[in-house]
Design a binder for this molecule. Structure first.
Ligand code: SF4
Length: 176
């Protein structure tokens, strides 16, 4: 593990403990409930890969909370430029919806919505509705088709995103 990765993990751990304290829960809007899963080093709860052969996806949410409405997956984002007006970036939305679907299928419990938390801000909800399920299925199908074709076209015009991309050197669609 690189020093950078260790530092990032420690930072996420510190942020999660801060966010999950009762006081900050109220301030940030994290719902009341039992935290029974955390994907963090040294945490006391079991975190395992959630994998769906039916959907062809897998992943590990940062945290799962059992609320009165059902299980809520929580994702912590370090982005220092979160989207305006309480929105969630589309890639974070899809990730959150994928966790909602995985939790629903693997744990067999109701999942009403997921939460994204951008550093130091209020929670942002990603509703797990029929239309968001359809969007998730459509996106999974598109990703699988791109994998088979071994090609995916760029779907944005954000130079900043390309400049920090880990595969920029190998990408023939990077914005200069
Ligand atoms: S460099 Fe290529 S893969 Fe990376 S964000 Fe830009 S277009 Fe996407």
């Amino acid at each position: 593990m690189t020093v950078l990765l260790m530092a990032a993990t420690a930072m996420v751990l510190a942020l999660l403990f801060f966010w999950l304290s009762a006081k900050s829960r109220k301030r940030t809007g994290i719902p009341a409930g039992e935290v029974f899963y955390q994907d963090l080093v040294g945490q006391p709860f079991a975190a395992r890969d959630l994998r769906s052969l039916k959907l062809g996806i897998s992943g590990r949410p940062d945290c799962l909370i059992r609320t009165v409405d059902g299980i809520v997956p929580v994702e912590l984002k370090n982005s220092n430029r979160p989207p305006a007006r309480g929105e969630v970036y589309p890639n974070h939305m899809i990730q959150n919806l994928a966790y909602c679907a995985l939790v629903e299928e693997q744990l067999g419990e109701r999942v009403p919505y997921g939460l994204a938390i951008y550093a130091g801000q209020q929670v942002r909800r990603v509703e797990f509705t029929d239309s968001s399920r359809r969007w998730l299925m459509h996106t999974i199908a598109a990703v699988q088709a791109a994998r088979l074709a071994r090609r995916a076209d760029r779907n944005h015009d954000r130079r900043g995103r390309c400049s920090g991309c880990g595969v920029r050197d190998k990408c023939d669609q990077a914005l200069r």
